[in-house]
Design a protein around this ligand. Structure first.
Ligand SMILES: *[C@@H]1O[C@H](CO)[C@@H](O)[C@H](O)[C@H]1NC(C)=O
Ligand SMILES: *[C@@H]1O[C@H](CO)[C@@H](O)[C@H](O)[C@H]1NC(C)=O
Ligand SMILES: *[C@@H]1O[C@H](CO)[C@@H](O)[C@H](O)[C@H]1NC(C)=O
Ligand SMILES: *[C@@H]1O[C@H](CO)[C@@H](O)[C@H](O)[C@H]1NC(C)=O
Ligand SMILES: *[C@@H]1O[C@H](CO)[C@@H](O)[C@H](O)[C@H]1NC(C)=O
Ligand SMILES: *[C@@H]1O[C@H](CO)[C@@H](O)[C@H](O)[C@H]1NC(C)=O
Length: 478
């Protein structure tokens, strides 16, 4: 009796508490409501970069407070690539809402991190440089070109030329191991050089296909086709259009033992690139088949009950690294953007973006100790309004992207060079220093540097061995 009474008291207490933290109030049918909600979330996200107007917490434009220049062991900060992704999200925010609040900071970040060689390979980052890290900055520059973001003055880095520089550098890095494809890390002394993965090749595929569409130059499309076929040949994309993480190449392993975790950004980066190829080929049958296959499987794997879910780690959030907490931002961003190039996708994409957005807004109900505002977003959109206890750039970015994605049908068409795009290109950019600067040539690495470079991989290896594999496969779906 006593126990029963306590239980109902607890239930009552919980429901009262829930009422008080119902999440951000979103009316998904109202454009004004969507814009006002993402304005709040963008502001909360930007606080992690600059909490005081004009003052960047890290002191470096384009750098979130985090582990640079040497990768850290803990989740205490944000890796360089995530800042690149965040500024892409802020370009998207401006595109959807017209709010220019973050445009100057975004411009400054994307210009500064281009580095002195204008190739998103700044010396400060060489000790942790993955091809995917560089690729994320390039994809944000591509977004700047497609959405007509302010161009830099002559002599300063131009968006399309920056993407071409990254493309050319990476094209030169594709080797014969496993018959093609990029390695994860960009430089030989980094431990992840022994791993070929979907995200590095996905970023390259994505920029290649978008460069083809923007410039009209079919050389880029040819390489996108090569990478797609390689992904299928090596088995990273299987016949059901699952996109697996990657495989090792050490000691003759030759990409044969595939690490089959599925992450939402891997599916998303190929989906978006495939949509660009579909558009570039005027709706060819082959790209229609590939795009439809990816779309169907993406929704099956990552949208249980119509709510976007990071299947490899969300069930037990401790398995999500700080990187993984942001992946849903990219999948939902790319699903929406893809519909501009492949409108047939709208019927299946819009319903799940809507249910996910409504769920995400409810999850923005948190009050972490450092931000007790009752509206910080967790990642567990399937958990309703009970905040999951996590907060950070990734969660804010994901909530912002999925909510504003619901405005895609009234958003303007992305540009190409033939339809009003003004960004200048340079097809030869990045070819002078194809391998990127190897810091060992400039100055000998200290033992500390070497340990740092290795830790990133050690952490990833530990995660791989610690059970991500088994949580990565959705129940009954593979
Ligand atoms: C943004 O930068 C432009 C060009 O430098 C400048 O004219 C404008 O005043 C800036 N806007 C804000 C809000 O700082
Ligand atoms: C590299 O680090 C130095 C020293 O912290 C900083 O001044 C510079 O802005 C950084 N450059 C880039 C591209 O991040
Ligand atoms: C590596 O695997 C590919 C097929 O994925 C095969 O064609 C090639 O011969 C293999 N190379 C070695 C050295 O085993
Ligand atoms: C097309 O792209 C290729 C590959 O980067 C380049 O070599 C060629 O010059 C480009 N063509 C034009 C017309 O820009
Ligand atoms: C797509 O259509 C346009 C306009 O009709 C044409 O110029 C272009 O060559 C076509 N592209 C391909 C890859 O078939
Ligand atoms: C855009 O087209 C113009 C005119 O054909 C050409 O001069 C320019 O190089 C093109 N820019 C890009 C980025 O392809």
């Amino acid at each position: 009796m006593m126990a029963r009474f306590s239980l109902s008291a607890l239930v009552l207490a919980l429901s009262v508490w829930n009422y008080g933290v119902a999440g951000i109030d979103l009316d998904i049918e109202s454009e004004d409501s969507i814009k006002s909600v993402v304005k709040t979330i963008a502001a909360d996200m930007f606080q992690y970069y600059s909490a005081t107007p004009g003052v960047i917490i890290s002191n470096i434009p384009g750098q979130l407070p985090g582990p640079p220049p040497t990768p850290a062991v803990t989740n205490a900060g944000y890796f360089w690539w995530e800042a690149g992704a965040m500024f892409g999200a802020l370009i998207d925010y401006w595109y959807y809402t017209g709010d220019e609040t973050y445009n100057n900071a975004t411009f400054e970040a994307l210009q500064h991190q281009a580095g002195p060689k204008h190739n998103y390979f700044p010396d400060n980052q060489t000790l942790g440089m993955g091809n995917d890290d560089q690729g994320f900055w390039a994809m944000s520059a591509m977004t700047a070109a497609e959405l007509g973001f302010r161009d830099a003055d002559d002599g300063e880095p131009q968006w399309v030329a920056l993407v071409q520089a990254v493309y050319n550098m990476q094209l030169a890095k594709i080797d014969d191991v496993c018959n093609g494809g990029l390695r994860w890390q960009a430089l030989e002394f980094l431990n992840g050089f022994d791993y070929k993965n979907s995200i590095s090749n996905g970023c390259f595929f994505n920029i290649a296909s978008r460069l083809a569409l923007y410039t009209g130059n079919s050389s880029y499309a040819d390489e996108a086709e090569v990478i797609w076929q390689w992904m299928e040949g090596v088995g990273f994309i299987d016949p059901k259009y699952n996109v697996f993480d990657g495989a090792g190449v050490k000691n003759g392993a030759n990409c044969t033992e595939i690490y089959k975790a599925q992450f939402s950004y891997n599916a998303g980066v190929f989906l978006h690139g495939a949509a660009a190829m579909y558009k570039f080929t005027n709706g060819s049958a082959i790209w229609q088949t590939r795009l439809q296959g990816l779309l169907t499987q993406t929704i099956a794997i990552f949208f249980p009950d119509g709510i976007c879910y990071e299947v490899a780690c969300e069930k037990a959030l401790v398995h999500c690294t700080i990187d993984m907490l942001s992946y849903k931002a990219y999948l939902t961003r790319w699903m929406a953007a893809s519909t501009k190039w492949a409108p047939f996708m709208l019927d299946s994409v819009m319903p799940v973006l809507k249910t996910s957005a409504v769920a995400a807004a409810k999850q923005c109900s948190g009050s972490p100790a450092d931000r007790p505002n009752g509206r910080m977003c967790g990642l567990s959109w399937s958990e309703g309004e009970v905040w999951d206890g996590t907060s950070g750039v990734g969660q804010e970015m994901a909530a912002m992207q999925v909510i504003q994605a619901n405005l895609i049908q009234s958003a303007r068409e992305p540009l190409t060079n033939a339809t009003g795009g003004t960004s200048k290109g340079d097809p030869g950019a990045g070819t002078g220093d194809p391998a990127g600067t190897d810091p060992t040539v400039l100055e000998p690495l200290t033992t500390g540097d070497k340990a740092g470079a290795g830790i990133l991989t050690a952490v990833v290896a530990a995660i791989i061995l610690s059970g991500l594999v088994w949580v990565s496969l959705p129940d009954g779906n593979v």
